[in-house]
Design a protein around this ligand. Sequence first.
Ligand code: PLP
Length: 371
Amino acid sequence: MGKRIYLASPHMSEEGHEIKYVKEAFDTNWIAPLGKNVDEFEKSIAQKVGCKAAVALSTGTSAIHLALKAVGVGEGDIVMCQSLTFSATANPIIYQNAKPVYIDSDYRTWNMDPDMLEEALKKYPNAKAVIVVHLYGFSADLDRIVQICKKYNVALIEDAAEALGTYYKGKHVGSFGEFGVFSFNGNKIITASSGGMLVSNDEEKIAKAKFWACQSRDAARHYQHSELGFNYRMSNIIAGIGRGQLKVLDERVSKKRYIFEFYKRELGMLEGVEFMPVNDWDEPNCWLSCMTLHGNVKPLDIMEALEEENIESRPIWKPMHMQPFYAECDFIGEDISKRIFESGICLPSDTKMTDEDLNRVIKTIKGLWKK
Ligand SMILES: *Cc1c(COP(=O)(O)O)cnc(C)c1O
């Protein structure tokens, strides 16, 4: 059997940037808390995304949580959330004792359908926030979603956890809403082993998020707290890995795009195959290469055939409105996200893959059409 091919595994720089920053932290004993790596990582991400401020946090999930808190989401509030996503997008709504309303996807983007969002806001005009996702590193229809959020006076949070390096009409995603969220967990386009980042143009709100993330410690000599606190900050070691990884982000994006184009060229003509659409506004980071199947070959056939060859693949995220935990929540839409889930598959998109590896994947998949 050939060597294991992964969906998306950590890929440290050949130059050793990450270890250099980690060593610097060791040498100065700035292991924790915070320190220069954290400050510099925040600055670099803010600059890359084009936002005024950023706060480095322990996870992307904690960044979504603090974004919701910062826009004033509290007990009983309605939050509109894209249904086709990973549960980390939605769970923080429950942490705030608020109520999710799930919104269907649009076939053109696989992301939140603006028409369904507008319908939902007509039904729930007092909604407090909207969470849109840039799934698999492909951008949502931001102009329309921003415009609708303005019209209904509701805060927009962009879950760009999968989309570092993705641009919408030349502007980095995550900079369109009140807040943008990024993740550096193990399988994201760059990883710090774990970690998250919250970005915004509202410097005061970022300062507030930083305060909450440090246990809401008041400026007093003794330990004093006037608000509920969280232990959500990123360590200086993890930020060192993140700083190093940021130096190779552009390389990783190029490779992810190369992989996506390779698959499209080699598999795009197979009967019933459709790749995730790239809209003309979008410069995606192509974090995962995904396709849907509309013929005789089903996603499970491909997943099983690949697994036999020691190749990892994955289903598309199961929509939140189909999750047992969220069964009681309202859902606005039809069955687009359900159909994408049922017909879709994520192909291995590991940046360490060679052309030979890609050809192994393609050969295995093409074999299913010859039967
Ligand atoms: C990974 C991910 C998150 C959460 O990030 P963590 O750092 O793992 O907490 C949130 N939303 C989406 C869409 C993700 O893929």
